[in-house]
Design a protein around this ligand. Structure first.
Ligand code: NIG
Ligand code: FE
Length: 442
């Protein structure tokens, strides 16, 4: 949904962070990879970055246009590429409030699932809702994500766990892609859990996923990736491998929920199969760290999930970074373990809980996150020619993105050149989210 034939210009920025100079992910992110420039503005044409140049040049270029659209005076604010959220379960029905209360009484994630809460309670709820109702629920959630600075988002199925309901989920995600300017990436997660009616015959569920769901997903071109919840007590490494190998044979990219709570070799499996990402990694082994570091498989960290679940241990982010893994960040937005879609909050938690440096968190939520969902063409950066996914933030210093934790900081957000707040799509009253925190935080 590109904004055709329009020129936009952003001038008066305090700083512009263009992202890594070379295309692709960064293994040891440093300040150079943030690409900070001052005294420059950004020109956008036909939904793509057209130039990053001194303000007066950008101004001239804008006024020379046949169809100038908007000249945004940024008032000293920071401009960056839009954030990329490479792991969400944003298509769900009701929240799981009782799970949250139970956790506070001492029940853990698996005990809650065993007692009838957890993923399967979301499955029952999801199955009762129509595709239209699910789309209607997800649209304002995507608007909220955009308002928080996210311009590309991966969304997984996985609350259907039956052919009809998994396909309903993926069709709903396809509709969302057509209805919002955000870049929406679909992932099939039929192996999120074994549904109740297959508990005593899990082999039959594996066959259903491999022989019925996957072919239908692939032939309908309904997903880019197949994911599996590879975790002791959910799907074993052998079961995950069978599903992922079948998916790969049908042309799908691969992702793995790996070593989230207990180690099982999920990260090693992801690396061995050439998966796009291994996600969670709260309990990854040293061998898993080495395997990811030696691969193109992104290590997607979800620090909010472990905080929300009340876990004191985070994924070994420093070990992953120092070994040379491609580290990315995501929200894991879902009703059970991470009811937040606030990616800057995840950046702040990555710094305070997992010991990332702010520049590492920035690259992890932009260029490396784009790599984790294999978005190419410069997405996650402000490279000339890249889609104009761009955020003007209510702050001046990139480090603030990972600092004001939980505070919405985006002032203007554009996805492929389309405004997503401040009078644009999603948030209808002009500047409703954008002006709350104006003037800048610093
Ligand atoms: O990524 N780990 C599995 N899936 C989700 C939780 C989904 C849910 O609890 O509904 C996660 O944490
Ligand atoms: Fe997840």
């Amino acid at each position: 949904m590109a904004a055709e034939g329009r020129r936009l210009a952003f001038v008066g920025a305090g700083a512009v962070a263009t992202g890594p100079a070379a295309p692709g992910p960064v293994r040891h992110p440093a300040w150079d990879d943030v690409g900070l420039r001052t005294g420059v503005g950004v020109g956008v044409e036909d939904g793509r970055i057209a130039l990053v140049a001194p303000d007066d040049e950008v101004g001239e270029w804008f006024h020379a246009a046949r169809s100038p659209d908007a000249l945004v005076q940024c008032g000293g604010r920071l401009i960056t590429a839009g954030l990329v959220d490479p792991h969400t379960h944003a298509l769900f029905g009701k929240p799981r409030l009782e799970d949250h209360a139970r956790r506070a009484r001492g029940d853990d994630y698996k005990a809650i699932a065993a007692a009838g809460g957890g993923i399967l309670s979301s499955v029952a709820d999801f199955r009762s809702r129509s595709e239209d109702a699910l789309v209607a629920l997800a649209l304002p959630r995507l608007a909220m994500m955009a308002a928080l600075g996210t311009t590309a988002v991966e969304i997984k199925s996985g609350y259907g766990l039956a052919v009809e309901h998994e396909l309903k989920a993926l069709r709903a995600i396809a509709r969302l892609r057509n209805e919002v300017p955000l870049q929406v990436v679909a992932t099939f997660l039929g192996a999120h859990e074994v549904p109740a009616d297959y508990r005593s015959r899990r082999d039959a569920y594996l066959r259903l996923v491999i022989e019925e769901m996957l072919p239908a997903v692939a032939h309908g071109r309904l997903a880019s990736f197949c994911d599996v919840f590879c975790e002791p007590g959910v799907f074993s490494v052998a079961e995950s491998e069978a599903i992922l190998t079948a998916a790969s044979g049908l042309g799908l990219g691969l992702k793995v929920h790996a070593d989230e709570l207990d180690p099982s070799g999920g990260a090693e499996l992801a690396a061995r199969l050439g998966a796009a990402s291994a996600d969670h990694l709260g309990a990854i082994s040293p061998a898993g760290v080495e395997a990811l570091a030696a691969s193109e498989t992104a290590a997607v960290l979800l620090p909010g999930t472990l905080v929300f679940l009340g876990r004191s241990r985070q994924a070994p982010a420093r070990a992953l970074l120092e070994a040379g893994a491609i580290v990315a960040l995501a929200s894991d937005f879902n009703p059970g373990s991470s009811p937040s879609a606030n990616l800057p909050l995840m950046m702040a938690l990555a710094v305070s809980q997992a010991r990332l440096q702010p520049e590492e968190a920035f690259v992890a939520a932009t260029a490396n996150a784009a790599h984790a969902v294999r978005l190419e063409g410069g997405r996650g950066t402000l490279a000339v020619g890249a889609p104009a996914d761009l955020v003007v933030w209510n702050c001046r210093d990139v480090r603030e993105l990972a600092y004001w934790y939980g505070i919405p900081l985006a002032w203007r957000v554009y996805a492929s050149g389309c405004p997503c707040l401040g009078g644009g799509w999603g948030i209808s009253s002009p500047g409703s989210a954008g002006t709350v925190l104006s003037p800048p935080m610093s």
